[in-house]
Write a protein that binds this ligand. Sequence first.
Ligand SMILES: NC(=O)C1=CN([C@@H]2O[C@H](COP(=O)(O)OP(=O)(O)OC[C@H]3O[C@@H](n4cnc5c(N)ncnc54)[C@H](O)[C@@H]3O)[C@@H](O)[C@H]2O)C=CC1
Ligand SMILES: O=C(O)CCC(=O)C(=O)O
Length: 527
Amino acid sequence: MTRPKVLISDKMDPNAARIFEERGCEVDVITGETPEQLKARIADYDGLAIRSSTKVTADILAGADNLKVIGRAGIGVDNVDIPAASSKGVVVMNTPFGNSITTAEHAIAMIFALARQIPQANERTQKGEWPKNDFMGIEVTGKTLGLIGAGNIGSIVAARAQGLRMKVIAYDPFLTPERAIEIGVEKVDLDTLLARADFITLHTPLTEETRNILSAENIAKTKKGVRIVNCARGGLIDEAALAEALDSGHVAGAALDVFQTEPAKESPLFGKPNFICTPHLGASTTEAQVNVALQVAEQMADYLVSGGVSNALNMPSLSAEEAPKLRPYMKLAENLGSLVGQLAHGNLTRISVEREGAAAELSGKPITGAVLAGLMRQYSDTVNMVNAPYLAKERGLDVREIRHDREGAYNTLLRVTVGTESGERSVAGTLFGTDAPRLVEIFGVRIEAELEGHMLYIVNEDAPGFIGRIGSLLGEAGINIGTFHLGRRQAGGEATLLLSVDAPIPPELVRQACALQGVKTVMPLEF
Ligand SMILES: NC(=O)C1=CN([C@@H]2O[C@H](COP(=O)(O)OP(=O)(O)OC[C@H]3O[C@@H](n4cnc5c(N)ncnc54)[C@H](O)[C@@H]3O)[C@@H](O)[C@H]2O)C=CC1
Ligand SMILES: O=C(O)CCC(=O)C(=O)O
């Protein structure tokens, strides 16, 4: 088996490369390349491990024909074009917890640095000025800290700030009242936070809702003398408006670890006496970098080697333990999707994927993803279980997942039903033993078959002589029949025939089969 190839394209703790190698991947560490260089190289790799410097754009992804996974050793994935990765079928993962404590500690360090103007005092003291009378600080004890965003990092900041005897209030529309009580913060609306906080610290991702959340208008609503910290993402604050508010003295101090444009080589904030900053160092501790490097390499290797998915942003999680159990179902699901896709005529408007028996115990999302991949493979060669749900959504396909508790005739069963303008059509399959996928029903007719290679589906009048006629037709064309499966609802009605053959059936032969006496449908199939 060829080893998956991984490229580490940003500076990362060496533990990442070690883990990739131990887990059977080939790994190259090539950092500091231009986008053009990365684009020229990326086609060789199955995995790309990054921090924040590498920008994974749609342009780079266009050439990433073997890429299966992008792993971000860190939290924010705003340097990855996730929609482009999804439509290319590339899983994007991050490491949501490995650097949270470190980043929360950086925010706390910024709060202290602002309260006591430590960087400014340090600079002047080292110049030999001994400016003892110029730096009157404030205590943080008893002050109100306003958290904008109370997720992983925000809640750690809250805990540390409570230890410092600060009163913590939080604005986060997704924070439940129960969670607010659990982390000991008062949940407030944004205007209340702006009006009450002595310190404001930001801990949200950058989204359309959070962009410029500290706009000129909102900065004007803050308490006079507020101090502002941003260790989350540049773009959350209007930097020009903040510079004005620092000049006017409305904002007493600001500390930024992140900037709207990075690397920030210039800024309206630079040089202001009440402004301090760090160059996106929030996650830069030995501990955090070891954590995220180990975690990203473990997660990516899991996916590349055994199909386990954790912390993916564009597909559901799947544990490395569950992945091998799911594998035969994925094959079955993909084949059933492909079968209905090839057989159902007309415009598909809806699809349901039902799981029964042992299949009902497994995660539904990957199975549905595999059905959709099989279904849509006719329209696109690059479709897989990652991008199939997105493509289905783009096409307006209504996708349902149904899990049955009932005991059926089979220990385990998947049923795929598609809706077209001419009605519903359904196929079903099971596993023989633990891992042999088998079709068991096709459009209401019981028929057992392995879906593999070149096949021919025929519906004909159930009358004597037909099998001989089709056998002769194929034999005369030099096409060998591998397997032969028959099913019917009742004698004398319609019979369904599913043949596997050793070569593709040419269109002319399909036409000749259609012309045989009693034939209603002939469809060549490929699996
Ligand atoms: N400076 C650095 O080096 C680092 C920065 N970060 C950044 O810190 C930020 C927070 O990270 P985590 O706490 O791990 O994320 P998280 O996802 O655990 O928490 C984010 C919180 O923001 C809240 N939120 C979302 N939209 C909001 C809105 N419109 N208004 C208020 N709250 C909103 C969410 O409900 C969530 O609770 C991310 O942007 C991440 O990229 C993370 C690590 C290092
Ligand atoms: O990798 C880094 O240094 C940046 C970390 C970061 O911003 C994140 O994890 O969101």
